[in-house]
Design a protein around this ligand. Structure first.
Ligand code: HAM
Length: 433
């Protein structure tokens, strides 16, 4: 039987990888410009980190974690998100002793046992950025400004920034009770899961997709009407700072986020081009997470971008695939040895060069060069080689010129170097005559 990838786990093939590299490279450039440093964290952690961090009564912890027992009997989990792990690393390595403020980002795969569909996978990639150690609302806005700037830099359009405040552990219990008593009256409308959520975590009912639950919650009390003065004040400042930075946002009082660690600011960036899984990014403040995982009292705020969703929104007219700069068509005998020598030399210069390994005819080599979208073909014929010359064909203009072999490397470098520079700059393969 043919072995296939697991459902919800995707291969990212060479013709798509240019987009991924472009997005990752831009994220690194933008985030580092905003003072963030990369951190790499393990893919597997102790289950407890996520159950305590994300919350026992969330969908992620209740139903979606890839949890297993290792050979020593430890319960381990493939990370469903990165925030809790980054907080653990900050505590474990006492990063606060260097500077209480840490601005960190990480890029990598996450794992959730969700029902796969367009924009929802079991292994998916996130770009995650977090600021630890500051509770000033200025940093809430700073993080959102960085996010929007990044999304614009990669070329995303028609996005909507939605914000809300979820209050804190002092004021939220009152809202929770109010919501619970409101929904208890409508509990006959709620699905089985939400009947349970009503007891364990009524805020999660906002995220339920079942129509009757959505109807039940339609005119539920709003969290913003219940948050205390300190939280109101914090939220007011976040909005002021966003406005000062020229950002427009939509206030979405129904956005509660699917993880329990959030306090105060919560935000999402959605795109209506995405269908039902429309959140490109989710994030917010989590001032109790560090305490919950057994550490210091450190506030934090951050976001995670879903890379698959972001990549599906990249401009369609932009070219991301890297084609060979040069195809070397050797025509037998000594020319093969020369092609081999040349291709190695070009690779060392960072020039993407391809050649034929099968002794094919010129016609068939030209066909392959065309299929590979090579920009130039160097034709090495025995006669020409004896005269110390080769033919260089521009595949776009179809023009050909004879080049002395001794000048070949310099000529090619001069013609192609401009390309390499452009590609290195941003994966932007500008067309060339
Ligand atoms: P999240 O909302 O669970 O937040 O995920 C963030 C983003 O990851 C989503 O907006 C979506 O684009 C993407 N995503 C989530 N699940 C899937 C999936 N199954 N398939 C494809 N994409 C998915 C968090 O993970 C928080 N850790 C974000 C955060 C960081 N909050 C504060 N700091």
């Amino acid at each position: 039987m043919e072995i296939k990838a697991i459902r919800g786990f995707n291969d990212i093939l060479p013709d798509e990888i240019g987009k991924w590299q472009f997005v990752e490279k831009t994220a690194r450039e933008v985030f580092e410009g905003f003072g963030f440093s990369e951190i790499r964290i393990p893919i597997i952690e102790r289950t407890e980190l996520f159950s305590r961090g994300i919350g026992e009564a969330t969908d992620i912890v209740e139903k979606e974690m890839y949890t297993f027992t290792d050979k020593s009997g430890n319960s381990l989990t493939l990370r469903p998100e990165a925030t809790a792990s980054m907080a653990r690393a900050y505590l474990e390595h006492q990063l606060h002793t260097f500077d209480p403020v840490a601005k960190l980002y990480c890029i990598g795969p996450m794992f959730r046992y969700e029902r796969p569909q367009k924009g929802r996978y079991r292994q998916f990639y996130q770009i995650d950025a977090e600021v630890f150690g500051v509770d000033n609302p200025m940093v809430d806005a700073e993080v959102i400004v960085m996010l929007i700037h990044f999304l614009e830099r990669v070329g995303l359009e028609k996005l909507e920034l939605q914000i809300n405040s979820l209050g804190c552990r002092k004021c939220r219990p009152r809202y929770r009770e109010e919501l619970k008593s409101f929904l208890t009256k409508k509990s006959f409308q709620l699905c089985e899961d939400c009947q349970r959520r009503l007891e364990t975590n009524p805020l999660r009912i906002f995220d339920c997709k079942v129509e009757t639950c959505q109807k039940a919650i339609a005119d539920a009390p709003k969290v913003l009407d219940f948050i205390d003065d300190e939280c109101q004040n914090h939220f007011g400042k976040v909005k002021e700072y966003l406005e000062a930075a020229g950002l427009t946002y939509i206030l979405n009082p129904r956005m509660v986020r699917g993880l329990d660690y959030y306090t105060r600011t919560a935000f999402e960036v959605v795109s209506y081009q995405l269908g039902s899984q429309n959140a490109v990014t989710g994030g917010g403040r989590y001032d109790d997470l560090f305490k919950d995982i057994g550490g210091l009292d450190v506030p934090g705020i951050g976001f995670a971008i879903g890379m698959e969703r972001l990549i599906s929104l990249l401009p369609k007219d932009k070219e991301f695939v890297q084609y060979p700069h040069l195809f070397i068509a050797a025509l037998g005998g000594e020319t093969n040895r020369e092609a081999y020598r040349l291709v190695n030399q070009l690779h060392l210069e960072g020039i993407r060069a391809e050649l034929d390994y099968e002794g094919k005819s010129l016609k068939s080599q030209m066909r392959r060069a065309d299929k590979l979208k090579a920009r130039y073909v160097l034709i090495l014929g025995e006669e020409e080689l004896k005269k110390g010359r080769a033919v260089l064909r521009n595949m776009k203009t179809k023009s050909q010129e004879e080049i002395p072999m001794k000048d070949l490397l310099d000529t090619l470098k001069a013609k192609l170097q401009q390309f390499s520079v452009k590609i290195n700059r941003m994966g932007d393969l500008a067309s060339e005559g």
